[in-house]
Design a protein around this ligand. Sequence first.
Ligand SMILES: *Cc1c(COP(=O)(O)O)cnc(C)c1O
Length: 431
Amino acid sequence: MNLENTLAFAKRQDEADELRDFRNQFLFPKHEDQNFIYLCGNSLGLQPKVTKEVMSHQLDNWANYAVEGWFDGNEPWMFYHKELKKLIAPIVGALPVEVCPMNTLTVNLHLLMVSFYQPKGKRFKIIMEGGAFPSDQYAIESQVKFHGYEPDQAIIEVFPRKGEDVLRTEDIIIKIKENKDEIALVLFGGINYYTGQWYDMEAITKAGHEIGAIVGWDLAHAAGNVPVKLHDWGVDFACWCSYKYQNSGPGGISGIFVHEKHFSNQDLNRFAGWWGYQENKRFKMEKGFIPESGADGWQVSCTQVMPMALYHASLQIFNQVGSFEKLRNKSIALTNYLEFTINEVNKSLGTNQYTIITPQDPASRGAQLSIIASQNGKQIFDGLMENHILGDWREPNVIRLSPVPLYNSFEDVFLTGQALLAITKKILKSS
Ligand SMILES: *Cc1c(COP(=O)(O)O)cnc(C)c1O
């Protein structure tokens, strides 16, 4: 399709968009009484209007039933996670039994590594992307130390080639093959938080399995953003936070995935707690841990009802959309349009002021574009804020903008391009 840098074109796209009304289900932050154009769903998704109601329903259950709420009412807390499992499964391409909401992301990363990072002999290394989100780096570092290894010896990081911003799949696969007898675990982020690159998860999973390694994914920036098929790709385990593209609120609950092929494996270590114990015998309070089958067997503490209610509210909206494919199609169109408008800004300026480091191929990215400003990046980012456009700034020099298909419009994207051009002209002239 020929894209046009006009308001009329953007409005036509919005009229033709069957998901256009979903934005009315969200609350937008305001700046001087005007709604922000919110392009920061990669960091914290917006609050759905229904959230208050879903939360308030659980507060009422607590008020009306107190401890009896675990088994009474129309949504007994004892089984509440099962409602969520059904809604989460299609978002990550899993069976409901393979997923479970629990804890927070980095905590789950640790718990899953306890099970799936089991170094033995010379197979003790973890391979990951260089420049991974710091929490993942720290978690992995501390896990290898916990097993008695030095991080420099046990962690292999794959970096882009000199002069390139993103990783080539072939380079990742070569590194896996080069270390085929030493890698115990392949653990990448599905989408890199900084560059917005979506790795070829299927190919990397396959390469990891070919050398006999376990393959896990941190889907913080991928879950709810791009279609992943954890079950079909044979991924061993994964986890994500739900507060980015899944709108569950600050510090929202995490989700885990464990492939069903591991359910009967008795050799997996676990850091156990009572909530992972067989559900129908949990309250017999007996000695000796026997896990519930499925992902539920990785639970440690009792159901976090309130954080789950927050996630539940947003999952209901995903469910209303009906198919993830619809969201993804709109997401591709919106992100392509954002890329186009930024290129138009460069054209109008007559310089390459903006370089998009996120891959151009829609199959290698989700909703986020990471943009490097050759001059005055932070000042321009602040200028966007003053013009009620909220993206985010990541040190040292990247502006991340994420048009989210549930609540952003083509008009949002057009207006962002216009504002970026005006602000850049003003700042570059005065500097
Ligand atoms: C956002 C993010 C986190 C945050 O972890 P929390 O435990 O939820 O604070 C971790 N890893 C990655 C890759 C992220 O993008």
